[in-house]
Design a protein around this ligand. Structure first.
Ligand SMILES: [Mn+2]
Length: 429
């Protein structure tokens, strides 16, 4: 018979900002099947969160607000939420929920009259504390409070007690920690210092859609203060790009041993950046984009992607790209590229940040700073030896510089440096 885990050894999962069944925002156009898949993505991501929580044998799940996207909530979202919580409850796993600014207690409605047994919704009236038990032992105490209304401007963190029960001390809160991110409404504002000084072991926060570990390190004494980020990307904003998911928190001997971000997303938003310098035709650029799309799909573990392309660099293809209608045609061609069965790769749009090639001859003929720079560089490039260059370099750079010279040759390095300098002078764009 396997030994029972010690009371101080358990795992819990922390997610936030589920925005269940929210429409995806800001895409220029989508094929009908892509639109449908995007709509389902938040519900499927919740399904994979439930799977993750069970697969890791978690003792409990913390959800830190914005379960729903708006006061209208939506029947489909509520039913999917209830079904997931039911699966967890049947498996003996408790779920703790606070509401945030997108789903405040007083502005919502509930289509569900009876929630699964092991589900606890924290009230918006005062901070409550619930002990989580396994057998007779207390593993953790979870404190939490919900938003009553959207514009919650008081500091809800101040109502948390240093120690409200046994075991690991967890605080569950939707809030805006000062200085964490621009562009987020300052609801339930607090400071990092305030959270640190309350004395809990782990702050399970919600509100900021990027993954942020504001405090905490394995083996450290300071409390963990964590935003898991959104569970599934919901727009093409920069904060929604990359892997989205939940934090798996491992507790050993009553202390937090590891906090790991695990992807739960179904559709991932990524940026495909391609440099056109060195490419000689639109078809080469097209191939480079397709290749970058494949690379990103692989990095996303075969998930479906929504891609924004950004073309950078200097080169001849810039002129081709600038012709009327070409960006649109290139986007359409990319959308027709085959992808792995069961997934899609939706090219949302292409951003052209490329520039024309420089006419170095014409620039040298001038009588300005640029012409001087070009003639000085040309002279230096002919006369200077690598050894001379290294002498003027800080010792710690010499080794990597020597490697670079071996690899590229001094001439190519001069050429690249010159182009970089000219780019900084913003010529020819
Ligand atoms: Mn949110």
């Amino acid at each position: 018979m396997p030994a029972e885990p010690a009371d101080g050894d358990f795992t819990f999962v922390h997610a936030a900002d589920l925005h269940l069944d929210a429409p995806l925002r800001g895409l220029t156009a989508t094929a009908p099947e892509v639109a449908a898949a995007l709509r389902d993505a938040s519900l499927e991501a919740f399904g994979s969160l439930v799977e993750l929580t069970m697969a890791r044998g978690a003792a409990f799940l913390c959800l830190a607000g914005d379960i729903y996207d708006g006061a209208e909530r939506g029947l489909r979202a509520q039913l999917a939420f209830r079904d997931g919580l039911e699966r967890l409850s049947s498996a003996g796993i408790s779920t703790f929920v606070v509401h945030g600014n997108h789903d405040p207690v007083e502005e919502g409605w509930s289509a569900v009259s009876a929630w699964p047994e092991r589900t606890h919704f924290f009230s918006s009236e005062q901070v409550e504390a619930i002990e989580v038990r396994r057998g007779g032992a207390v593993l953790a105490t979870v404190q939490g409070i919900s938003f009553a209304k959207r514009e919650t401007t008081e500091n809800l963190a101040l109502g948390f007690a240093p120690r409200a029960g046994g075991g690991l001390q967890v605080g569950l809160l939707h809030c805006n920690v000062a200085g964490t991110a621009d562009g987020y409404a300052s609801y339930s504002p607090c400071t990092l210092e305030e959270l640190r000084s309350i004395g809990l072991d782990y702050w399970a926060l919600g509100h900021i859609h990027e993954t942020r570990i504001l405090s905490g390190r394995p083996g450290g004494l300071e409390p963990w203060i964590v935003y898991p980020g959104s569970l599934q990307a919901r727009s093409r904003k920069a904060s929604e790009a990359g892997a989205k998911g939940a934090m798996v928190v491992s507790v050993r001997g009553g202390r937090i041993a590891a906090v790991e971000h695990v992807a739960c997303d179904r559709v991932r938003f990524s940026l495909a950046e391609v440099d056109l310098s060195g490419l000689s035709s639109l078809s080469e650029l097209h191939s480079a984009l397709v290749e970058e799309g494949h690379r990103l799909a692989e990095a996303a573990g075969g998930r479906s992607l929504v891609l924004r392309a950004r073309i950078t660099g200097r080169g001849e293809v810039h002129a081709e790209l600038a012709r009327a209608g070409v960006l649109e045609q290139l986007t359409s061609a990319l959308r027709e590229e085959p992808v792995a069965a069961g997934s899609f790769c939706w090219w949302d749009r292409i951003e052209d940040r490329s520039s024309p090639p420089l006419d170095l001859e014409a620039l040298s003929a001038g009588d300005d700073f640029t012409a001087d720079l070009l003639s000085v560089t040309a002279a230096a490039g002919q006369s200077i030896a690598a050894s001379e260059l290294f002498q003027k370099m800080p010792a710690e750079l010499r080794k990597s510089a020597a490697g670079l010279v071996d690899e590229l040759g001094l001439e190519a390095i001069f050429e690249r440096s010159l182009l970089l300098a000219l780019d900084r002078l913003e010529l020819g764009s």
